[in-house]
Design a protein around this ligand. Structure first.
Ligand SMILES: Nc1ncnc2c1ncn2[C@@H]1O[C@H](COP(=O)(O)OP(=O)(O)O)[C@@H](O)[C@H]1O
Ligand code: SF4
Ligand SMILES: [Mg+2]
Length: 344
């Protein structure tokens, strides 16, 4: 019998660092040039719950436009959430403001997709790595410079590079610089938003290995965002699959790959190449019809029904509950998910 849950899919473990409950981030859709009025809402994040244990990695996957970046930006409070709770160290980040928010915020750092846009070409890399330390006044200028040199070597770059400018570095090296800056004030949680997607395929593994090494070295907790399930497989302990502003499935990594319950997860997995050529030849791709619907106009019932190969009448009318499936730690939102593995 499936067990229904409302807000939080997993019981909050003792070791939970971040616990997000029913998070919503809607953007107003306005019309008019001088007198703007709100004509609708972009429901970019539409009621999301997950938690991450200290020292672990949650992978967040979903196609472009599903709301992944908006989640990251909301967690670091670049946006004020429309609704929901962001519990971090037992404090609700969604409600905090002023100095309390500033102090808690330093423990969460975000690494963005594009290392070219993340660094200012007019400043040395040393001054950019040092910037958060200067903002939070973590030492005098000599201490900050020493720490910057140390950070460069931590991310595999030579400390002598400290006074160079971003254009002297490759994409992979720039992402290392961005990671050094993120680590400079000892965060506990790092949100890595497609950190290797803009990099050359040949150097992606190096940057992923670096992130994994740093996680162990500094006991970091990661929210690792990607549209690519094969990248997430390398780094995540647990994986959440997002579709049009909602998590449709969440499970431990191996469980998700072995036993996907949601038709959308199965479609994403079917697009991942398998290294063994014999099995790869038999791989059946599930091609989804149509594009991702707009978050301004989310389909009624199950939001995936317009593209789901298994959709039935009920899917157009009733939104499926997010329920525990095979195990207690495996949740999915589909009326027919228990039958998914045999009929697709
Ligand atoms: N500031 C914003 N104002 C209005 N709509 C936005 C804003 N930011 C993102 N969106 C919309 O929200 C949806 C999710 O975007 P995003 O979070 O960037 O998705 P992803 O990172 O998964 O590609 C998209 O439809 C995007 O156009
Ligand atoms: S509820 Fe229906 S439309 Fe939604 S994923 Fe399941 S079968 Fe597909
Ligand atoms: Mg994004």
């Amino acid at each position: 019998m499936a067990e229904t849950v409302n807000a939080t899919p997993t019981a909050v473990a003792k070791n939970t660092l971040l616990d997000v409950r029913n998070l919503k981030m809607y953007f107003p859709l306005t019309q008019g040039i001088i007198f703007q009025h709100v004509v609708g809402q972009v429901r970019a994040v539409d009621g999301i719950s997950f938690s991450i244990e200290r020292g672990k990695t949650l992978g967040l996957v979903g196609e472009s436009g599903s709301g992944k970046t908006t989640i990251g930006r909301t967690l670091i409070r670049l946006y004020k959430p429309t609704e929901g709770e962001i519990l971090f160290h037992d404090q609700d980040l969604s409600k905090l403001g002023g100095e309390d928010l500033r102090q808690l915020r330093r423990q969460i750092q975000m690494v963005f997709q594009d290392p070219y846009a993340s660094l200012n070409p007019r400043f040395t890399i040393g001054s950019q790595i040092a910037e958060p330390m200067a903002i939070y006044k973590t030492g005098n200028s000599k201490q900050i410079r020493e720490r910057t040199e140390e950070l460069l070597s931590v991310v595999g770059l030579r400390p002598e590079f400290i006074d160079r400018y971003p254009h002297e570095f490759s994409g992979g090296q720039r992402q290392r610089i961005v990671v050094a800056r993120a680590l400079s004030i000892n965060p506990e949680l790092v949100i890595a938003d497609e950190p290797v997607s803009a990099l050359d395929v040949s150097i992606r593994a190096q940057v992923l290995n670096l992130l994994q090494r740093l996680q162990k070295q500094f006991n970091l907790t990661y929210l690792f965002v990607s549209h690519d399930l094969s990248v997430v497989r390398h780094v995540a302990d647990r994986i959440a699959v997002m579709y049009l502003g909602k998590i449709v499935e969440i499970a431990d990594r191996d469980e998700l790959y072995k036993n996907p319950q949601h038709p959308y997860t199965r479609a994403l997995l079917s697009a991942v190449p398998i290294p063994d050529p014999k099995i790869e030849r038999q791989r059946k791709r599930i091609i989804l019809s149509g594009d991702l619907p707009s978050p301004i106009n989310i389909p009624k019932g199950c939001r995936f029904h317009t593209r789901c190969p298994m959709a039935q009448q009920i899917c157009q009318e009733i939104e499926p509950a997010f329920e525990a499936k095979v195990g207690h730690e495996h949740f999915a939102a589909c009326h027919f998910s228990d039958k998914v593995t045999t009929s697709m």
